[in-house]
Write a protein that binds this ligand. Structure first.
Ligand code: NAD
Length: 517
């Protein structure tokens, strides 16, 4: 055990979550098995091996898919509020295990312990939301044009939902999908990221225990583990009508095509390239807090991380200098220690991508305002700790157009009206999160209007980073168009059926068509 692991109680957390040194990564209910390759999970915090997980093979997957499909046929007959009651009990367990699960998220993924706890809190919040929803899966009634007819719509469970998730929200994204899908009456098969396999096993164990106590059939919560090949078992499987995939745009393009080939449905939550517009009427203090947290929080590894700040030329130097000054106070180190603001990147490949972005922006003519670099020496042995960097850049630079999943912030200028800033903000292929800092009502409303931000999320006087359960989360353009975790996102996990009932002795046809025999 490493010093950090000892000092911050990782061993105890693993014990509470029933995580062993060697784990099986396939599961239907409490039945864990696997016969695939071994995935070793190393912590980016200190480079220590946390545990091993054996991956899912095609044969293992077949067992999972068959069981999930069979169990769905029973689960769909449970009244939705009874399904909600199971989710309520699952939520009780999450509340009880919030600290150890938050700690494992922090240690395996590298985000701060506070953010790890925040992620588990999101799981708790979506479960609360889903329990209420279990009594509100409403359909509409319509007036039929035919006399003596009644027309209405109802929502039925969809079937088996496949969930593919990214490393940076290793537990919350699963629950955003499952909590809703379960109350809707679906079975869920989850493939978490191969970079965070232990958090997946921990979550599945919590759900499986509660489900067993409630005699929920095995397979309503199922886990598969491995890399993209294991994901492909699901994307190519006709028995899985919906694939909810969270990750890079590159992955989304492949998944969308695979699922479309078999005419399945995809819910895509892909990369962002999020900007904050700072107008002459902005509150500078709040801009700095929102901008810096957005850019360096989770070491720049949130889909909603602030990548670009677009500042009006009249206040450009003032805002730029304030942000650069704030970067001097950032403490980088062990994310389990709450004195640090920024933890490590997920792995050495991410470090390479970060260094590549800094090289590219210089090559394209950008100016480095805050130097980056990889940290070495005591406390940084994992090789994944980097310095958050800032570059003055232009929106059309190739590197600025791409999402680099690391703490690299691009600052740029606009002049004239807010429309010019909106054009820059919208001038990227991604469309996830956006924000404007202004106390000018006209600018704020313009930003939110049809001529304003083209993103799925548009905020006024808060940054781009993070979101609340309750609002539909997701983005437009290459971000994929999916929505989850709030509003009417539940509808994607159900199928809509329109019913017309004739209670007369005649058979009138619609549109006045006559067919006399
Ligand atoms: P990634 O695309 O490398 O992997 C995501 C998941 O997809 C993993 O589980 C991976 O195994 C799987 N996968 C990859 N190729 C696949 C294929 N061909 N078929 C099936 N599955 C496949 O992403 P990552 O590095 O884990 O996460 C970072 C990315 O995720 C960033 O782009 C970030 O913006 C995005 N993200 C988006 C959201 C959102 O809600 N919009 C949330 C979190 C992360």
């Amino acid at each position: 055990m490493s010093n950090i692991s000892k000092e911050f109680g990782i061993d105890d957390a693993l014990k509470q979550l029933d995580i062993q040194k060697e784990n099986k990564g396939t599961s239907v209910g409490e039945n864990f098995f696997a016969s695939g390759e071994i995935i070793e999970s190393y912590s980016p915090v200190d480079g220590a091996l946390i545990g091993k997980v054996q991956a899912t093979t095609k044969e293992d997957y077949e067992k999972v898919a068959e069981t999930a499909h069979k169990s769905f046929k029973e689960w769909r007959t449970w009244p939705a509020p009874a399904r909600g009651e199971v989710v309520r009990q699952f939520n009780d367990e999450l509340r009880r295990l919030k600290a150890p699960l938050g700690k494992l998220v922090s240690y395996e993924m590298g985000k701060s312990y506070q953010e790890g706890l925040g992620e588990v809190q999101e799981m708790i919040d979506i479960c609360d939301f889903a329990v209420g929803l279990s009594r509100q899966l409403h359909g509409l009634t319509m007036h039929s044009e035919r006399p003596g007819h009644r027309m209405y719509e109802q929502w039925h469970p969809l079937g088996v939902v496949g969930i593919i998730s990214a490393f940076n929200f290793p537990v919350a994204v699963w629950s955003w999908n499952t909590a809703l899908a379960w109350v809707c009456g679906d079975a869920c098969i989850w493939k978490g990221s191969e970079k965070t396999p232990l958090t997946s096993v921990a979550c599945q164990k919590i759900a499986a225990r509660v489900f067993k106590e409630n005699k929920v059939p095995d397979g309503i919560s199922s886990l598969i583990t491995g890399d993209y090949k294991v994901g492909e078992y699901m994307t190519q499987d006709k028995r899985v009508p919906l694939i909810s995939a969270t990750g890079s745009i590159r992955m989304g393009r492949i998944v969308a095509q695979e699922v479309a080939k078999r005419l399945g449905k995809s819910l895509l939550e892909l990369g962002g390239n999020n900007a904050i517009i700072v107008t002459p009427d902005a509150d500078i203090k709040n801009t700095v807090i929102g901008g810096v947290f957005g850019a360096v929080g989770t070491c720049g590894q949130r889909c909603t991380s602030t990548r670009r700040i677009i500042i009006h030329d009249s206040i450009y130097d003032k805002v730029k200098n304030a942000i650069v000054d704030a970067y001097k106070q950032i403490k980088i180190g062990n994310p389990l220690d709450e004195n640090n603001h920024v933890g490590p990147l997920i792995d050495k490949d991410a470090v390479k991508n970060y260094l590549h972005a800094l090289e590219e922006v210089k090559k394209e003519g950008g100016t480095i305002l805050v130097e980056g670099g990889v940290l070495e020496g005591e406390g940084y042995e994992s090789g994944c700790y980097v310095k958050p960097a800032i570059a003055e850049a232009e929106n059309h630079f190739d590197i600025v157009q791409h999402e680099t999943f690391a703490p690299v912030l691009y600052i740029m200028k606009y002049s004239g009206e807010v429309d010019n800033a909106i054009e820059l903000q919208n001038g990227v292929v991604q469309g996830l999160s956006s924000a404007i800092m202004t106390n000018n009502l006209r600018e704020a409303e313009k930003f939110l209007s049809v001529e304003g931000s083209d993103c799925g999320i548009a905020n006024v006087n808060i940054g781009t980073s993070g979101a609340e359960i309750g609002g539909a989360f997701g983005g437009e353009k290459d971000t994929g168009g999916g929505r989850e975790s709030g509003s009417d996102a539940w509808k994607v996990y159900m199928r809509r059926q329109t019913n017309t009932i004739n209670y007369t002795k005649d058979l009138p046809l619609a549109q006045g068509i006559k067919f006399d025999l």
